[in-house]
Design a protein around this ligand. Structure first.
Ligand code: NAD
Length: 369
């Protein structure tokens, strides 16, 4: 006889976490640690180790914590299963147990990799994101997407595993190379375009001083972007509906990234994606021509120009968009802008089918301007 037993779990525990944004926070990380942990495992890359993680380890040791610092070669090439395995073996060899706490100190590569280790080490341990690039502060450290790359593509293996806290110390941005600052700024620009016209005006007004790394303005910028990301993630943690809006510019952006064999920084690829997708929205009557022009002009101030698209073949771009995860049936779906600070929504959908021909025509128009 067939018997049915249901596993009754308590309703999913609500979890939320604080995000600290400010300056000189690294020296006070120990004051925010939630409970006594057996070992604090600092995972970082070799660049950030020398710049900040060694000092952080000393602060934590002085505060009486047992620490273990593990680092790997900086860069996307390290975000793979092999590095994950080496780091996990080192943690096991040092006797790290379920009460160990990981501190992911670095950019998005460190955050994604260390977060994924936290998700799987002894079936899941706590971790704190301590982002050190602008992109990681305002985007990748919040939302719990953790992953590694594979030979089949980026971020294909991973887990949703939320950090217990995020500590963003704006002071560390002073050493960030300028192209990585712009890389993060483009993600902020994208977020403001999707949801926040007031923050868009803030960015527009203060862009020059932000590029000169005014710390108060950078703090404000990160706070504004994180607010958007946190709101979207709270509504749709696992990326089934509204979280899709954060993919604005990414359908084309991902295609360009792949075609450049990842030589183009993610943010720059997304910037060109924003431009082309804004033109598509304009041609579909969702966005007014002067709004497209606004986007184009702001990107020019970041030295990103329509002519940068000329190095790509539009047919190759179209081909690559067919691998996009938002594809439904044969149609590639795009997030389209409906205004500056708002995405276009129809029938409660945040993504919309766009024909290859529309992409082709928009591309020809943009590069011809
Ligand atoms: N999880 C998510 O939601 C999410 C979102 C967006 C991007 N990502 C991932 O993030 C990664 C990209 O992150 P990234 O752009 O931060 O790259 P990154 O982590 O490779 O950092 C860029 C470079 O800056 C260096 N660096 C970091 N902080 C520094 C500082 N303060 N001063 C000087 N140098 C510093 C690093 O050593 C590295 O060489 C990608 O793997 C991407 O897939 C994840």
């Amino acid at each position: 006889m067939l018997k049915l037993i249901t596993v009754q779990l308590p309703s999913k525990k609500a979890y939320s976490y604080p995000i600290y944004i400010g300056t000189e926070l690294l020296a006070e990380v120990h004051t925010h640690l939630p409970k006594q942990n057996s070992t604090l495992v600092i995972i970082t890359d070799d660049t950030v180790k020398e710049l900040y993680a060694n000092a952080l380890q000393q602060f934590l040791n002085k505060a009486g914590h047992k620490t273990l610092l593990l680092s790997f070669s900086a860069g996307e090439v390290s975000k793979n299963g092999q590095t994950k395995n080496v780091l996990e073996e080192a943690m096991l060899a040092e006797g790290c147990d379920r009460d160990s706490l990981i501190l992911a100190v670095g950019g998005g590569v460190v955050g994604d990799l260390a977060g994924f280790i936290a998700a799987t080490y002894m079936r899941g341990i706590d971790y704190i994101q301590v982002p050190t690039t602008l992109l990681a502060m305002l985007d990748s450290s919040v939302g719990g997407k953790t992953s590694i790359d594979t030979s089949h593509g980026k971020n294909l293996i991973g887990a949703f595993w939320q950090p217990i806290m995020v500590i963003a110390d704006i002071a560390v941005l002073k050493t960030l190379p300028q192209d990585h600052l712009i890389n993060g700024l483009i993600e902020a620009f994208k977020m403001f375009l999707t949801s926040d016209a007031e923050s868009l005006a803030f960015l527009d007004k203060n862009l020059d001083r932000i590029l000169e790394r005014d710390e108060a303005l950078l703090t404000d910028l990160v706070r504004r972007a994180v607010n958007i990301k946190a709101t979207v993630v709270a509504k749709d943690e696992k990326d089934y509906s509204v979280r899709a809006i954060l993919n604005l510019g990414h359908t084309i952006g991902h295609a360009l990234e792949q075609l450049s064999e990842y030589k183009l920084l993610h943010g720059y690829a997304v910037a060109l994606g924003l431009l082309l997708e804004a033109k598509i929205a304009e041609r579909m009557g969702c966005l007014a021509p002067q709004q497209y022009l606004y986007i184009k002009t702001l990107l020019q101030r970041l030295n990103i120009r329509a002519s940068d698209l000329k190095q790509f073949d539009v047919e190759a771009i179209i081909e690559k968009t067919k691998l996009d995860k938002k594809k439904q049936g044969d149609a590639v779906h795009y997030v389209l802008l409906g205004n500056l600070g708002r995405v276009y929504e129809a029938e409660n959908q945040f993504t919309h089918a766009v024909s290859d021909d529309r992409v082709r025509c928009a591309f020809i128009e943009v590069v011809g301007e």
